[in-house]
Design a protein around this ligand. Structure first.
Ligand SMILES: Cc1ncc(C[n+]2csc(CCOP(=O)(O)OP(=O)(O)O)c2C)c(N)n1
Ligand SMILES: [Mg+2]
Length: 610
């Protein structure tokens, strides 16, 4: 049954997914898309390989609706993406029935992908979960850039895959019959399966075939002549004989016809059964969100923002399309609520994934879940370990995916675990990634607002940085407007005629408020700005930004984190309270004192400056 792909409707939800983890082989994908009749890639595009604005980029990370699902530049990422695709397929199949969702995910990975650590994390989780819909084709050519892989690798690939709980079969990767037979077998496998395809790099090149030199550099005119001779190919460059082209197109046409039949039958069912997205279901949960806020206003108790986040997740976890998880820190990240059900090996009726201590794969897998379409993934770890997630976060931002990172223990406020666990430069480095919103809310109201913004974002992934320690609320009156959507806003001012603007985020906003009140008792008046999201603030009108930033000569920032990123708001003559060194292991209030992030020090420095 060929419902695998459809050149005339590349985005069909039940298509098989194809991931090119060895993204440097992108021409394989472009040529197949062209030959089978996808409109997205023309022969001209292929001629413009790697040229400005050509769809045939060097590494085409993702192009929606073109047949390019995802191919990864950073080796190994694609394996984790494929695991995410396979998880999405299983979850959606369970939710809406296998008559509607029932497809496979194929991934081509090379020696390099399997050398990368992320492959271990992702393959291990895939084996554990028994993802029988996942087929990995291993381009086993025993060559990478520096030479033969025996320079660096002595792994027994078969034993490695089998120990993860995968099936493993070996074929000659240049033998079409063997490839076809292996794929048929793989499609019936009860486990995830790897097909080791023994291949020769630069196949057909008499002098460069099988050698590392054919990986990246052109063969050269003389060698190309020899290849043509060897492969018995007498046509001009880019000339594809009509007969051959027709054969390929007919494969595409046959696939389209079959896919169309299925699409017709299932599109109605699909519409009826597809889980409602967050935006669609918003009205049904908005009441619960408002109720939780009202409860909060009654007491206004200090609360850790990770706890506030849990309260929000308790509500949205009722929506089937939001898939939570954590890298073995569910209880610390507060990502798993009483409403969650765990995804288990072979049982995908849940909505919460225990990723294990596998941060990198977790984030790569979330990219795959999001790219599959239909589900919104969020996953947690400590903010410090965002460094283990960074390559995948960067790709999510580049591919415009709605992935949400819940990073708790977001400062020295975590206390005794000390410098290895205390994030310093992490916020600045996350903020420097284009198209990523980094939220650091100050209390329950802002946490709810930031979560809503993350879920309603269309093309931007979000980091939500949350405290371990309880913090005092800063928003004490209800408002219908989502103030965090402005990125920064005034919480209060102590007088009409102010001398100082104090900007803070997260746990430091209540400290900023305290500073403001105390300064007022000495006749120094200020306004307090909460800035839960730099990126959203930077997108506001010049007028609004001036309102916030141009009222006083002195601007002060307070954030228990590296300070350099704040200079663009405070200017060189402002004051930045933060930490430009690694943290300390001690009860957290002592660490705040140690680094001078306390009322007395801040007030003294402001007075000195004025
Ligand atoms: C994370 C990462 N590190 C390094 C590279 C640079 N790089 C691109 S291809 C490659 C070698 C890959 O070898 P293999 O997967 O065996 O591909 P083959 O040469 O066989 O096509 C390297 C090191 C990369 N793309 N990603
Ligand atoms: Mg190789």
């Amino acid at each position: 049954m060929s419902k695998d792909f459809n050149p005339t409707n590349p985005s069909w939800i039940n298509r098989d997914r194809f991931v090119l983890s060895a993204g440097h082989g992108s021409m394989l994908l472009y040529s197949l898309l062209y030959l089978t009749g996808y409109k997205s890639v023309s022969l001209n595009d292929i001629k413009n390989f790697r040229q400005l604005d050509s769809i045939c980029a060097g590494h085409p990370e993702y192009h929606p609706g073109t047949g390019i699902e995802t191919t990864t530049g950073p080796l190994g990422q694609g394996i984790s993406n494929a695991v995410g695709f396979a998880i999405s397929e299983e979850i959606l199949k369970k939710q809406i029935g296998k008559k509607i969702i029932d497809h496979k995910t194929y991934v081509i990975a090379g020696d390099g992908c399997l050398m990368e650590g992320i492959s271990h994390e992702a393959l291990s989780l895939a084996g554990h979960l028994k993802l029988k819909n996942l087929i990995l084709l291993f381009d086993n050519n025993s060559i990478s850039i520096d030479g033969p892989t025996n320079l660096t690798v002595s792994d027994n690939h078969e034993k490695r895959f089998k120990s993860y709980g995968w099936d493993y079969i070996k074929i000659n990767g240049h033998n079409y019959k063997e490839i076809s037979k292996a794929l048929k077998k793989a499609q019936k496998s009860k486990k995830p399966i790897a097909i080791s395809c023994k291949t020769t790099i630069g196949y057909g090149s008499p002098n460069k075939g099988g050698k590392a030199s054919s990986h990246g550099s052109p063969l050269g005119d003389d060698e190309i002549k020899l290849v043509r001779k060897k492969l018995n190919w007498s046509y001009n460059p880019f000339e594809i004989p009509k007969k051959l082209l027709n054969e390929w197109k007919s494969i595409g046409d046959r696939a389209s016809k079959k896919a169309k039949k299925y699409e017709k039958i299932f599109s109605k069912k699909l519409k009826k059964n597809f889980p409602p997205g967050y935006n669609l279901a918003r009205n049904t949960i908005i009441g619960s969100i408002e109720k939780a806020k009202t409860e909060y206003f009654k007491n206004l108790e200090p609360m850790a923002t990770r706890k506030c986040s849990e309260k929000f997740l308790e509500i949205v976890s009722k929506l089937p399309n939001i898939i939570g998880g954590s890298a073995d820190l569910a209880g610390s990240n507060n990502t798993k609520t009483k409403n969650h059900k765990i995804v288990k090996p072979g049982d995908f009726s849940g909505n919460y994934i225990h990723y294990g201590v596998r941060e990198h794969a977790m984030c790569g897998i979330m990219n795959g879940i999001s790219l599959h379409s239909g589900l919104i993934p969020y996953g947690g770890t400590f903010l410090i370990f965002s460094d283990y997630c960074k390559p995948s976060i960067r790709l999510a931002a580049m591919m415009k995916q709605k992935v949400i990172y819940v990073f708790t223990h977001d400062s020295i406020g975590l206390g005794e675990d000390g410098p290895t666990h205390q994030p310093i430069e992490q916020l600045a480095s996350l903020r420097s990634i284009p198209n990523l919103n980094v939220f650091r809310p100050s209390d329950l109201i802002e946490t709810f607002e930031c979560w809503q913004l993350a879920l309603e974002s269309k093309n931007t992934p979000s980091v939500i940085a949350l405290t371990r320690q309880a913090i005092k609320p800063v928003r004490i009156k209800s408002s219908t407007k989502n103030m965090s959507s402005l990125g920064a806003y005034e919480i209060f001012r102590t007088n009409d005629d102010i001398k100082v603007t104090i900007i803070a985020t997260g746990s430091e906003t209540s400290l900023a408020s305290e500073v403001g009140h105390k300064l007022a008792t000495d006749g120094i008046y200020s306004k307090i700005i909460s800035m839960p999201c730099h990126e959203l603030f930077d997108q506001q009108s010049e007028g609004y930004k001036n309102e916030i930033l141009s009222e006083t000569n002195l601007i002060v920032s307070i954030e228990a984190s590296e300070t350099s990123y704040w200079k663009k708001y405070t200017n060189h003559n402002g004051l930045n309270f933060g930490i430009d060194d690694f943290g300390k292991s001690a009860p957290y209030k002592k660490i705040y004192q140690h680094f001078g992030i306390n009322t007395e020090n801040i007030i003294k420095k402001i007075k000195d400056k004025l």
